[in-house]
Design a protein around this ligand. Structure first.
Ligand SMILES: [Mn+2]
Length: 269
């Protein structure tokens, strides 16, 4: 599939929970004129805790650099986990342009503001203490998710995100997500554009908020999603993890030892 533009964020290369194989598969099966990396591409925080750089993570980096060399325009907007890159905003490294934020015009003429999204943290997290509790709980969830999926793999079941499932059912988490989304939409309105595309909260979404288009391209830790633009300017969220699941589900359906594929967590606004 070829798209005018693709947005990826929160890849977190260097983190044990990055689904680099899924992302590599996505990049090998798609192409685009413009690739936007909307932050947290390399997780320098995770690497500081313990150095982790398997060949699959290296392959993703090599693939992106190869795309830049073959003529794909690549714009990189650093996030908070790769905040060091913010020191070289305005530069270009290996044909990848680094920007603080960016305005993309779709084929339908809509102007969209691109930001990572940690700029809106202050609206969600009232104190540093909550930030620490939130982060620790999230890390625990992701770890449980890793072990849960190891067991699921052993049982021949497809990938499933426990953190995504729980996050969408806990009232406070849902409230925090809604507050973030509203703050992002407000920023788009303030800047006089038609919409905003961000990442950061690992919560893929496309919807209109107060007449502004809010898009979140998700992440490659839990949801394995990318945002793509079609030739007519229509934006779509591609759930690559689910497509993988679809393939595996078909296989599972033919296998009498597996009765039913696990239900996918559905996101409702
Ligand atoms: Mn982030």
């Amino acid at each position: 599939m070829h798209y005018p533009a693709i947005w990826l964020s929160d890849i977190h290369l260097g983190d044990r929970d990055c689904k680099a194989e899924f992302l590599l598969d996505f990049l090998n099966n798609t192409s685009c004129d413009k690739l936007y990396l909307v932050g947290d591409m390399i997780d320098l925080w995770a690497m500081k805790r313990s150095f982790f750089w398997p060949s699959s993570h290296h392959a993703v980096l090599r693939k992106i650099i190869a795309m830049a060399n073959l003529g794909t325009k690549i714009i990189y907007i650093p996030g908070n986990h790769d905040g060091l890159v913010r020191e070289i905003i305005g530069d270009s490294v290996l044909n990848v342009e680094i920007h603080k934020d960016y305005i993309h015009t779709t084929k339908a003429g809509k102007k969209l503001l691109l930001m990572h999204g940690d700029e809106f943290d202050h609206t969600v997290l009232c104190s540093r203490w909550i930030k620490v509790i939130g982060y620790t709980t999230y890390s625990l969830l992701i770890r449980l998710n890793r072990w849960g999926n190891k067991i699921r793999k052993l049982l021949g079941l497809p990938y499933w995100s426990m953190a995504y499932y729980i996050k969408n059912r806990v009232k406070n988490a849902r409230k925090a997500i809604a507050t973030f989304e509203k703050a992002a939409a407000d920023e788009a309105m303030r800047r006089g554009v038609d919409g905003i595309i961000c990442g950061h909260i690992h919560q893929p979404e496309i919807r209109s908020i107060d007449g502004v288009l809010y898009c979140n391209d998700g992440d490659w830790i839990e949801s394995c999603t990318a945002l793509v633009e079609h030739n007519n300017g229509r934006l779509e969220l591609v759930h690559w993890g689910d497509l993988q699941q679809g393939i595996k589900c078909d296989k599972a359906a033919n296998d009498s030892s597996i009765t039913a594929p696990y239900p996918l967590p559905k996101l409702s606004p």
